[in-house]
Design a protein around this ligand. Structure first.
Ligand code: ZN
Length: 569
């Protein structure tokens, strides 16, 4: 199908109704049941893909419209409809897969589409059953409850009322007293809501463990992995990978923190002091949205004709909504409209370095989506989440030679801070991951025991964190602010795995840009045709699960770090 609409605002708002969607999906399932050969089944499969892609496109349009204008009643109602029918669509999808999995023509399908497609279907079937639908609804409600509590949170700071997100600017202030006061105010909020948030999490752990048991698993760990589509690595491999990070990244991160504090001249640093990168303040972009978009345009054109064409496409079809404005949902994301072969980037620019990050990070996601619009099997378009983050995090590094366009004289500051935060993120990432494994392996633990365990792991991986005056954090409550722990269990290590892979692109790009870029484009074009480890092998990226590979990926970064005259920042 060609792009039928010129611009995003021309896309129709097709609100699906349960009756219409159920009728169509039931018809296709009945049709598939009647098929006795690959030929007939394949034609139903193609019809199924065409219909569900359009459905996904419509739901994606609704989500984007809603997040860009949350006060619009029509969009809000449409979004509610989507939330209501999504689990029902999943159920139909599983039933469709079940027929294909048991079909006598399965071998022919595997020949035509590859065995991995069936592996994914088996995964979906294993992690879902009608008997857990109510539990899934409960899980979603609890997860939204966390968002609601956090979203409506306000604190009083120096006589003014602020949301927790708005407190960010005080927490990163160049003035130490401001950072300290802000940290205390936020900690107080978490202390006041400690019980409430702990209760929501206990219920989440409970319902997830119940689902795992109903589906025949020992605990939630394996089910959590299956839900993330992980088919070629397991919790044992992740544990060994965390040990590699602990061994070679934790000491490096500690050194970087020491250097940072020395340069800032802080003798007895508290955790909030690490938010400030340089005495002269953090790097600032040199222009407004229009300026930054133009700089990004130049960058994408300079990187390659293909990426230039991609960014022009995004601009001419109005597929970027970047500026913060009243009525927009918070945060940033990249999504796609499969039937219109178009990605979309949403963000809330606020004049900080994050704005540039959106144009490069979300740009990387969108570029991959743009390159994969012709993949016919929907399951093969997007890879699993760790692989997706390689696309985005590597693009952040391919943007390095263009940092002066975005940051002017602050370009080196921006690069150093970027690399330092990417490295120091790894110990934090394994902390969040190890904690979650402990939680689901000990579902009977109390909230207090969970906090205690968190603080123990935190002391091992982030020994520099001192929480004087912040009792909630001191008691191990930091994790209450990490939304992934509530919404998507075990999705966090993904960022660290992707980061270790993206570092390799940074190093290779500095040696030979053309070669590194070609390798990157090839990786993006693979889309979701392979599971994570196989995808790395196919693209000659060092697999972080193999002992010694983390060290190999980190070693060259030390030289890059040394190349910056940090003392002058
Ligand atoms: Zn991302």
């Amino acid at each position: 199908m060609k792009v039928t609409y010129e611009k995003f605002e021309d896309y129709p708002l097709n609100v699906p109704t349960l009756k219409r969607v159920s009728k169509k999906l039931e018809e296709l399932i009945e049709e598939l049941k009647e098929c006795g050969s690959f030929k007939t089944a394949n034609s139903v499969y193609k019809k199924w893909n065409k219909y569900t892609s359009q459905l996904e496109t419509d739901m994606s349009v609704i989500m984007v419209r809603y997040t860009t204008d949350v006060n619009n009643i029509a969009y809000k109602r449409a979004q509610e409809k989507v939330d209501e029918i999504s689990p029902i669509i999943s159920n139909y999808r599983i039933n469709f897969f079940k027929i294909l999995l048991k079909a006598k023509y399965r071998k022919d399908f595997e020949k035509a589409y590859g065995k991995y497609l069936f592996k994914m279907m088996e995964n979906s079937v294993k992690s879902f059953d009608e008997k857990i639908i109510d539990d899934l609804v409960t899980e979603n409600k609890l997860s939204s409850e966390y968002d609601r509590i956090k979203g409506s949170a306000t604190v009083i700071f120096r006589g003014e009322e602020y949301s927790l997100t708005q407190m960010g600017k005080f927490l990163t202030s160049a003035d130490r007293e401001t950072r300290k006061e802000a940290a205390i105010v936020c900690d107080k909020w978490y202390l006041d809501h400690n019980e409430e948030l702990g209760e929501v999490y206990s219920k989440l752990v409970n319902v997830r463990t119940t689902m795992a048991k109903k589906l025949g698993f020992k605990n939630f760990v394996e089910l959590g992995y299956l839900r993330l589509g992980r088919t070629d690595y397991d919790a044992r491999m992740v544990k060994k990978y965390r040990a590699q990070i602990a061994e070679c990244v934790v000491p490096l991160a500690q050194n970087l923190y020491k250097k940072q504090m020395k340069l800032l001249g802080i003798k007895n640093p508290m955790y909030y002091d690490y938010n400030l990168s340089f005495k002269s303040g953090n790097a600032k972009p040199v222009g407004n949205t229009e300026y930054l978009v133009n700089a990004a345009k130049e960058m994408y054109h300079s990187l390659s004709p293909l990426s230039g064409e991609f960014f022009d496409f995004m601009l001419s079809h109005h597929l970027l909504d970047l500026e913060a404005r009243k009525g927009k949902a918070p945060g940033g994301y990249c999504t796609t409209f499969p039937s219109y072969k178009a990605p979309f980037i949403f963000s809330n620019f606020n004049g900080t370095e994050d704005d540039v990050n959106t144009l490069t990070h979300e740009g990387g996601h969108a570029f991959q989506a743009y390159l994969c619009t012709n993949i016919k099997v929907p399951e093969y378009v997007n890879p699993t989440l760790e692989a997706c983050e390689i696309h985005s995090m590597s693009m952040e590094f391919f943007a390095w030679p263009y940092m002066d366009k975005f940051f002017g004289n602050d370009a080196n500051k921006a690069k150093y801070a970027h690399l330092m935060s990417a490295i120091t993120f790894l110990p934090y990432g394994i902390l969040i991951d190890e904690f979650q494994h402990w939680v689901y392996e000990h579902p009977e633990a109390t909230h207090q025991q969970r906090c205690q365990e968190f603080r123990n792991i935190e002391k091992r991986y982030l020994p520099h964190k001192k929480y004087d005056d912040c009792p909630c954090n001191e008691l191990g409550g930091w994790w209450l602010r990490q939304s992934h722990i509530f919404s998507t269990p075990f999705y966090y290590i993904d960022y660290t795995l992707a980061q270790v892979c993206a570092f390799q692109f940074l190093v290779e790009d500095r040696k030979n840009h053309d070669k590194a870029w070609k390798k990157y484009v090839k990786l993006c074009k693979c889309g979701g045709k392979y599971p994570f480890v196989a995808l790395l092998e196919k693209n000659h990226i060092k697999n972080p699960f193999i002992e010694g590979n983390v060290k190999k990926a980190i070693k060259p970064l030390e030289k890059i770090l040394k190349s910056f005259s940090v003392e002058k920042f």
